[in-house]
Design a protein around this ligand. Structure first.
Ligand code: PLP
Length: 393
């Protein structure tokens, strides 16, 4: 039986509050209202050897020791993670790249990488005795929350913008969730959700307001390292909404180095990709700002990227800058064209968010930033199935 190295939660802002007890429910830092992050006994974890992974199930829970559950807690799992890392030779050739890799997250339960974050968050909710979980969502997080809540035997309350695509709403209901349609964007859905859910004692599983979401997505960093034989790529191209995956992967590389699984080596350059119609991180990056503020009149076909304000903006921007990466805005038309490019040249089903990463790579290759021999990982964060309307229009 695996031992957990999870010890406590800590404020990400360095405000000095805490540490916070892992056996209690915690959401934002009570003092500065910024995200808490899970912390582990990294010294003790040096005794954990990567050879122990051999023979473990190919899911993200193979890294159980560095997940936010305590000894004896059971994960709620549907087989998420350990997705294929595909060498996209044909697509790479059209761009002049030798090693373009696609991390195909569309093969997760509910068709996106949101499964990782929600598997972790709902596992923690269950361990803490929650019976109803709630969250605001642009769509995919709601689908994953609904599925994992069903698997855990919990109730799920989803708050979603009323202009969300119908498949997102239908899939929440398929898993037995209760859906509330909210006028406005995900930030408005968040406000309504909190007003309703907090007084009723529901357990919140929103991005970065709940610390397990980031831990689930950090497993993408563990997997990349394992799948590349404990090396790292030169570039990671990540479509950014709330930024959980980007922040999570940076955290993963720090942890892997601290426990001795990765030698000291240059970290991947992290690239945030956002749509031109909602690019708060790109704007802040270009302005040299430490936080991003709110993007007005956010609009894009990439629902997962229609996030006008990211509560972890400062962590995203720090992750990009400390890695020597960058932030790129792309048009909706280009990302839709690139869904088709990924599909027709590699046989991979890409959401517009996945297409957007290819659009960003085109720009970075054209600018001479990405070089021919470098290893570039494109994150296809979801599949095309729930977005077919954008191909028709
Ligand atoms: C949510 C979502 C994103 C953005 O992920 P973050 O970690 O919140 O930045 C990207 N792609 C898809 C398909 C999504 O559902």
């Amino acid at each position: 039986m695996a031992n957990s190295f999870f010890t406590h939660l800590e404020c990400s802002s360095g405000c000095g509050a805490g540490p916070f007890d892992p056996r209690e429910s915690h959401f934002l830092c009570p003092s500065c209202k910024l995200p808490l992050l899970a912390r582990y006994d990294l010294k003790a974890a040096q005794s954990w050897k990567k050879e122990s992974l051999v023979g473990r199930a190919p899911t993200m829970w193979r890294y159980r020791e560095m997940m936010p559950l305590l000894d004896g807690d059971e994960p709620v799992t549907l087989g998420e993670g350990f997705t294929p890392l595909i060498h996209a030779k044909r697509l790479g050739a059209t761009l002049g790249l030798d090693r373009l890799l696609i991390k195909d997250e569309s093969l997760n339960p509910t068709n996106t990488f949101k499964a990782r974050g929600l598997s972790a968050a709902i596992s923690r909710a269950k361990a803490l005795g929650a019976t109803t979980v709630f969250l605001p969502t642009a769509g995919n997080a709601g689908n994953a929350a609904a599925a994992y809540a069903a698997a855990a035997g919990m109730k799920c309350e989803v708050f979603i913008p009323n202009d969300a695509k119908q498949p997102f709403v239908d899939e929440c209901r398929l898993y037995g969730a209760h859906v509330t349609l909210v006028e406005g964007l995900i930030t408005d859905a968040g406000r309504v959700a909190t007003e309703k859910g907090k007084p009723l004692g529901w357990y919140e599983v929103s991005t970065f307001r709940e610390p397990g979401r980031c831990e689930g997505k950090k497993t993408m960093g563990y997997e990349l390292a394992e799948q590349l034989g404990w090396t790292l790529p030169d570039w990671i191209i990540y479509p950014t909404g709330g930024g959980t995956g980007l922040v999570g992967m940076v955290k993963a590389f720090e942890e892997l180095e601290a426990i001795g699984w990765l030698a000291k080596m240059p970290r991947p350059k992290m690239v945030s990709v956002q749509p031109e119609g909602c690019a708060p991180i790109v704007r802040a990056f270009e302005n040299g700002a430490e936080t991003a503020g709110t993007w007005e009149h956010a609009h894009t076909v990439a629902d997962g990227l229609r996030v006008p304000r990211a509560i972890a903006d400062f962590l995203i921007l720090r992750g990009i800058r400390e890695s020597g990466g960058t932030a790129v805005a792309v048009s909706d038309a280009q990302m839709v064209a690139d869904m088709l490019a990924i599909g027709s040249q590699e046989g991979v089903s890409a959401a517009p968010e996945g297409g957007a990463t290819l659009s960003a790579i085109r720009k970075l290759v054209a600018d001479g930033r990405i070089k021919k021999h470098e290893t570039v990982v494109l994150f296809n964060t979801g599949g095309a199935l729930k977005y077919f309307d954008v191909l028709r229009s």
